[in-house]
Design a protein around this ligand. Sequence first.
Ligand SMILES: C[S@@+](CC[C@H](N)C(=O)[O-])C[C@H]1O[C@@H](n2cnc3c(N)ncnc32)[C@H](O)[C@@H]1O
Length: 302
Amino acid sequence: MALGTVKFIGETGRWQMQHPLPMDDTLFQHWREMLEARIGISLPQERKSFLVTSLAVRMREVGCENYADYLELLESGRNGAVEWEILVDRLTVHETRFCRDQQALLLVEQEVQRRLPKNPDEPVKLDFWSVGCATGEEPYSLAITVEHFLQSVDRPGLYSVMATDISRASLASAREGVFHRNRLKNMPVELLRTYFKPYDLDHYQLVKRIRDRVCFTRLNLINLDANRIGGMDVIFCQNVLIYFRRERRVEIVNRLVDHLRPGGVLILGAGELVNWNHPALVPIVNEEVIAYRREQEEDAVL
Ligand SMILES: C[S@@+](CC[C@H](N)C(=O)[O-])C[C@H]1O[C@@H](n2cnc3c(N)ncnc32)[C@H](O)[C@@H]1O
């Protein structure tokens, strides 16, 4: 398939197909290394056309006619930093939807139930973290699951969801809490009616009491050490690790474990990190979900 973008050529008054600039192996390798150092993602050969096309679109938007000019822009102080933000957003995959992994959400519900205090008036206190939250469907699904469960058993809860991602554009969209109906296809009708209001013909808006439970923050997973993150009871990390090399996946998940409170649960996506174990964790027996619990007797870092 010919890859190209369409450009309006003022002098001719016509739209013309523009072909992306060719990228030789040395330059491709340079881009791969830069992206890996900056955001950790590892770009396989098969993704070269995606890189070339994405760069072509962005270079045209900023008026750069060759890679050297664009690389210079990326290196140019504050403007370069802003440009990196935009490029990172273009080169990362933000595919997501509500209730994407229903079995994992069921496990979360069971976890909340397990932690309900004996005294029915005492609120259950829980902190969740959605790692690589994209446009918010995952953390909001977590908040809805917890809220709905607590309502159903008529118990009070003090809970919050920290939602982090590298893409500022995704986070901005997430904060709005407005979603196209296609993203809500997995959402049970009862939950849709309870927690969303029609926004326009194709969109729904999440009710404020759920939006208020979720705090969106920019965080680059390869700089986890540089961030102050509190202890978490449930860490949900799905469909993110796949973009990293195995060694990097292991580093990231080991750091996530440091942020798990004793007794806390780490939930990963199926097949994202095989043959991995951690001395502080025991696997949770569940045929459908990859999850681990941090042992209680472990000396807590947090
Ligand atoms: C496919 S989405 C997954 C969304 C959600 N977890 C889900 O399963 O539906 C992957 C997200 O990981 C984010 N991401 C990629 N590299 C990252 C990094 N280095 N630090 C933080 N987030 C990153 C992307 O911006 C993207 O929003």
